[in-house]
Design a protein around this ligand. Structure first.
Ligand SMILES: Cc1cc2nc3c(=O)[nH]c(=O)nc-3n(C[C@H](O)[C@H](O)[C@H](O)COP(=O)(O)OP(=O)(O)OC[C@H]3O[C@@H](n4cnc5c(N)ncnc54)[C@H](O)[C@@H]3O)c2cc1C
Length: 477
């Protein structure tokens, strides 16, 4: 057993843990990260294979958060950040056996065939004028139905949300999932009026983001986490599975397994950056009331398939981002499909198309248990007619996430506030991760950066106290 004491140990090397560790290392803190897998990144991983670039988890990011911009600048230069093609703005929804363009302006809303004529009028009327919420917390479904009507909610909103949370809009809390949208809902009677005001305010804004729109990296988003792991160098221990966490008056002991051996690491501070289920398990013996807050948080499961086809075998032009499937199409076997090389052309060789197929989510939780063959058959069945595909895939890749994305159901914000209160009862213990305050990469980096700032403040407090004590006699003298 090797026993070493670090100032900070971060548990988990997904984007959340890597952000915390990198921000601390930049500030000169003695930090070490333990990651269960042989590669860092968690679900943020990419693979190059036979001329394809396969994204295993996240596919793209819109750089909204200044912390994400900083992180990206730390690891990338302008040449390896790539912007999505203009066509990627075109998105589709599957409805009644065909793909419909998502309407983005009032004329398109009035003419879209994916909604009945009365639903189109209801949606448009709601965008101009609708009731504000009187409740402190609504589900996404409640707000959307009140604003744009039930049919547009079933069709457009349910599809859009499955693309982000893979979740059920009847359970997801609007303020927890989309706090800025909840703020608009509480504030504005007219969404169109709000949109116009915002567009005008944007024009007068001084800050120009370094990267606009949807981006990725030349080598895929996995390059971001890979490079962060490289920057941590020897302070990042891979194949290290944390088994338990103990606390005594001088700090923490982390017990972990690595290459069949048991190890112990001493730390003055610990950051939990593992998925919510693992954080719950590790906290159980240490802070049972904190664990109790986390244990009801459910995660949706998901299978992600990368399927390549000869271009000559695909009848559809595949121009656009891809399509999503709404909840009022329960028999369609897929949750959504991205046209990978239409978005980022270098993801496939010129004679191939690469599709990214999502199966499962909250509507179909058992799908991740299907065998590889069953998942491929299901994908083929969903794609064949709608994209006019005649041949078999030339490449297949399957990743199962069980659990995949934490679901922010009603009460989530209060639960997390209570969790943070309980966590603060054990000074030196911190948390980061996608179950706290947003699931996107932007959110994970924002939460991770804030967590690193808290750790830095805690370190300064520790240094300040002994200094004050030793300085006191001099000051008096
Ligand atoms: C399929 C999919 C597609 C997505 N698409 C997008 C997208 O396009 N854009 C976007 O912004 N977001 C997207 N997201 C969301 C986003 O990618 C995730 O929310 C985010 O990557 C989560 O990062 P994390 O570090 O919090 O968790 P994770 O990535 O889950 O990392 C946790 C890490 O902890 C490690 N770990 C677990 N247990 C232990 C242990 N006992 N000891 C040591 N280590 C342990 C794991 O191995 C893992 O590396 C997507 C998510 C999924 C699943």
């Amino acid at each position: 057993m090797n026993r070493e004491t670090k100032d900070v140990v971060v548990l988990g090397g997904g984007i959340s843990g890597l952000t915390v560790a990198w921000e601390l290392k930049k500030a000169g803190v003695d930090v070490c990260l333990l990651e269960k897998s042989g590669t860092v990144g968690g679900c943020t991983r990419s693979e190059k294979r036979n001329g394809f670039l396969l994204e295993k988890g996240p596919f793209n990011v819109i750089v909204r958060d200044p912390n994400f911009e900083t992180l990206l600048s730390d690891v990338a230069n302008n040449t390896n950040v790539v912007s999505a093609s203009k066509d990627a703005k075109l998105r589709y929804i599957y409805r009644n056996n065909r793909l419909h363009t998502v309407p983005t302006n009032p004329v398109a809303m009035l003419t879209t065939k994916m909604l009945s004529p009365s639903a189109r009028l209801r949606m448009l009327r709601g965008l101009f004028l609708s009731k504000r919420s009187g409740a402190s917390e609504d589900t996404i479904e409640q707000v959307a139905s009140r604003r744009i009507g039930p049919e547009a909610t079933d069709t457009i909103v349910s599809a859009a949300i499955s693309g982000i949370f893979s979740g059920d809009i009847a359970k997801l809390s609007l303020p927890a999932c989309f706090p800025s949208v909840a703020a608009i809902d509480a504030d504005a009677r007219s969404l169109i009026g709000y949109g116009l005001k915002r567009a005008f305010a944007k024009k007068n804004k001084k800050h120009t983001p370094r990267w606009r729109g949807m981006v990725s990296l030349n080598a895929g988003l996995g390059a971001l986490t890979h490079q962060l792991g490289e920057k941590l160098g020897g302070d990042c221990i891979r194949n290290a599975t944390v088994q338990s966490l103990r606390h005594d008056e001088t700090g923490f002991t982390i017990l972990y397994g690595c290459s069949g051996e048991k190890h112990a690491l001493r730390a003055r501070r610990v950051v939990l950056a593992v998925p919510v289920q693992e954080a719950t398990r590790l906290l159980e013996p240490l802070l049972p009331r904190a664990a109790q807050q986390l244990s009801p948080i459910k995660s949706a499961s998901l299978a992600v398939l990368n399927l390549a086809y000869n271009r000559s075998d695909v009848g559809h032009e595949l121009r656009g981002f891809g399509f999503l499937v709404p909840r009022n199409e329960p028999t369609f076997p897929l949750m959504g499909v991205l046209f990978s090389n239409s978005i980022f052309p270098h993801y496939a060789p010129p004679d191939q198309h690469l599709l990214r197929v999502f199966i499962g989510g909250a509507r179909d939780p058992g799908a991740v248990d299907l065998s590889d063959g069953q998942l491929i058959d299901r994908a083929q069945a969903g794609l064949r007619d709608i994209l006019s595909i005649s041949g078999k895939p030339t490449l297949t890749d399957i990743v199962r996430y069980a659990p995949a994305i934490p679901q922010y159901h009603l009460g989530h914000r209060e639960r997390i506030a209570e969790f943070r209160k309980e966590l603060s009862k054990l000074p030196g213990l911190f948390a980061a991760g996608n179950y706290l305050d947003g699931v996107s990469l932007n959110d994970c980096v924002r939460v991770g950066t804030r967590c690193a700032d808290d750790v830095k403040r805690n370190l300064q407090d520790d240094i300040a106290i002994p200094n004050r004590a030793t300085n006191l006699p001099c000051a008096v003298g």
